[in-house]
Design a binder for this molecule. Structure first.
Ligand SMILES: Nc1ncnc2c1ncn2[C@@H]1O[C@H](COP(=O)(O)OP(=O)(O)OP(=O)(O)O)[C@@H](O)[C@H]1O
Ligand SMILES: [Mg+2]
Length: 310
């Protein structure tokens, strides 16, 4: 049984004050998510990702279409106790501290008084919120700190499915990594995760399957390798090195016409068209006395696949 089943979900917003008209934000979306998957919902700004999540959470109502979560229609209130949700811009009670807020959420979910404190502390630790801030009022929190509190509340009821709207937004690089690990740990616990993002790299490292939404319509769905093939990704790889003699490097590359070189302030950027050529570049680099900075696949075509608006 799919954990999330969306069928022909459509949402028109009423806009305009004097002259009312409708804007179709989501147009006939159908897809399903299986048990234990980390499902990525990708789309450019305004594609309709948040609208989809709000519809699933019953914060707004569909113009047409239905959806089921854990086998129950989304109007079923008891089902909602078994799921978790991180909104796009979490807004909490400003004057509660992080700890008070989580204890309050735990109370809403019916946890007995004695358990709430430990549960809240465990969660604050899990989202790596600095212990010195546990008793600080949320109005004094930075965006990234609020995001962590939001994540903690999204999993407070030990949900079977978690819906995350831009979970990495506002986080610094270390925060991103921590949240990535947190999401991966949810998978290990057998939970299903449905996450929205417009940042491909966050989705790439985590998600089993991906849907790409374009202007309210489902454009692609599948695993990333399939999508990459469809996008004509050529697996090009970018290698960055410093402290090398460019001429020596060139002379050492057997077929240097197949690599693109760009000399930058800090060093050399080398782009090869195929992963199989990386080894020979690294060998030549070593001999030319270079210092390796990074080796990174270039996924430009996949990014184009979801960003282009055609
Ligand atoms: N309350 C609203 N009233 C009118 N139009 C809305 C409303 N909320 C969203 N929209 C419109 O619906 C479309 C989809 O918006 P949505 O917030 O779902 O996009 P998104 O994919 O989450 O984008 P982002 O990456 O920027 O968060 C946009 O064109 C937006 O302007
Ligand atoms: Mg959004």
């Amino acid at each position: 049984m799919p954990i999330v089943e969306i069928e022909n979900l459509t949402k028109d917003y009423d806009v305009g004050f004097w002259r009312k008209r409708k804007v179709r934000a989501l147009d006939g979306l159908s897809l399903s998510v299986e048990q234990g998957e980390i499902f990525g919902f990708l789309g450019a700004n305004g594609a309709g990702k948040t609208t989809t999540l709000k519809l699933l959470m019953r914060l707004i109502f569909p113009t047409v279409g239905t959806a089921r979560i854990l086998g129950s229609d989304i109007s079923n209130v008891t089902m909602h106790q078994r799921i978790g949700y991180l909104p796009e811009n979490p807004y909490f009670y400003d004057y509660l501290t992080a700890r008070e807020f989580l204890e309050y959420c735990a109370e809403l979910f019916g946890y007995p008084h004695g358990e709430r404190r430990k549960l809240s502390e465990d969660l604050l630790r899990r989202v790596h919120l600095d212990e010195k801030r546990w008793n600080t009022q949320l109005r004094k929190f930075s965006k990234g700190m609020l995001q962590r509190v939001g994540l903690a509340q999204a999993v407070i009821n030990d949900p079977e499915v978690v819906f995350l709207d831009e979970p990495m937004s506002g986080l610094d690089p270390i925060g991103r990594r921590e949240v990535r690990d947190l999401i991966a740990s949810l998978r290990q616990e057998g939970k299903t995760v449905f996450m929205c993002s417009h940042i491909l790299s966050d989705i790439e490292v985590l998600c089993d399957r991906v849907a790409i939404l374009k202007r309210g319509k489902l454009a692609h769905v599948g695993n990333l390798d399939e999508l990459r093939r469809r996008a004509g990704d050529r697996d090009s790889v970018e290698i960055i090195a410093t402290a090398l003699n460019v001429e020596t490097f060139k002379s050492l590359m057997p077929n240097s016409e197949r690599v693109a070189l760009a000399v930058a302030a800090g060093g050399l950027r080398i782009q090869v068209q195929d992963e199989s050529e990386v080894d020979s570049v690294l060998n030549a680099l070593r001999k030319a006395g270079g210092k390796l900075v990074s080796v990174q696949p270039v996924r430009q075509s996949l990014e184009e696949l979801f960003m282009d608006d055609k």
